[in-house]
Write a protein that binds this ligand. Sequence first.
Ligand code: GLN
Length: 491
Amino acid sequence: MSDRQTIRGAAAALRDGSATSVGLTRAALKTASMTESQVHAYLTLDTEGALEAAERADSQLAAGDDRGPLHGIPIALKDNMVTEGIETTCSSRILSGYVPPYSATVVDRLEEGGAVITGKTNLDEFAMGSSTEHSAFGPTRNPWDTERVPGGSSGGSAVTVAIGSALGALGSDTGGSVRQPAALTGVVGMKPTYGLVSRYGLIPFASSLDQIGPFTRTVADAVDVLATIAGHDPHDATSIPGALPDLGAGLGRGLEGVKVGVVSEMQRDETEPAVRANVAGIIEQMEASGAKVQEVSLPSFEYALSAYYLIAPAEASANLARFDGVRYGNRVNGANVAEMMSKTRADGFGAEVIRRILLGTYALSAGHFDAFYGQALKVRSLVRRDLDAAYEQVDVLVGPTSPTTAFELGAKTADPLTMYLTDVFTIPANLSGHPAISVPVGLDDSGLPIGFQVMAPALGEEVMYRVAGEVERLAGFTARASLASSEVVAP
Ligand code: GLN
């Protein structure tokens, strides 16, 4: 891998004069033009806007106006973050053609940091899914094997980074939607502590769980993207006040004395043997490098998935009430207002979104609230309690990101429950609000990537990145997805 395919490498090349932002951006756009017909990672490519931003970045850098680590770097955005003047659809027919009048805080921060926004990426409609097949505009395919899914819901963003049609990308992670597609496409994907990154302008799915996080090729790059987008925002009431910690301070500090908990409940028999073997191999190497490894049992993990699939749809059913044909997006007329709203929603939402709204409305309805939503909230408290107790004994928890590698397109669409099960290892960190990261560590027998997950306590990004950086070094994963006609273009 040439250095310029990482953010840090490209940033160094921009500063020593061996690359320009226009060159990096052209290379990313050219890679997109050669691969999009095979992978469909982007919904909108903003070629003109990106080249303009790149020219601006080059002149700013030349004038000594250095905006930091992402200055001049091509970054893609999941299409559930609003972008002023650029269509934002959430991969839903109900929003197709919607051009927002403002940009999300993360977009403003990227722009202030001089990043070049390449375009908007495909997702499962309203981020509900684990495969990017539930998009109204067709699925995204996995560049490691185009008959397979890239994971989801941020599959488009993951694929841009995996093939180099962007050097970094943003996704959103409500139940695993950054970490799981990162694992299935061989890139790094991270979910920050709840409240670390503003969600102002992120079209909400489940507000008590949603977080925006980066996709990158390396752990160090993930630090740089997070440092650019994180920090207090008065527009988001859940945003954590105060100064940002030095997120990357632990990088390169090794594992000596770090206490690592291996979660027993994440070593399930259903997990594919290659995933289990790879993860176990990394844990052995961590121990040999000085980590103090111990097994930790978190009994409530068994119930986390069920709780999530009540809490997330309940919140979604309320959040999606705003799409009524009156304020945003598409409208289907009817004889009266009620009929207009009902026809608009029936026509505009896909099957999975409708399923979630029905599930959520049922779980919140009078007579069922205590039995479903109320119980789920109790499980959520137990998950938090188990995790808090674990972090009194260990610094980080580790295990696989996903029980499987990339599965075939269509393999799970007919059975929602098997699709939901793909999130079993990622959901606990969303229920607790803790940070977690997926690092690529190897390939299975079919040559498909395997992700290793590192979880840390609230605001434990520093130790999480420290351990993730060592996992990356120990694994030495350098394989790259290659499509028949898609050699990544040298800038
Ligand atoms: N796959 C999970 C779901 O369908 C998580 C989605 C997400 O994190 N946005 O709800």
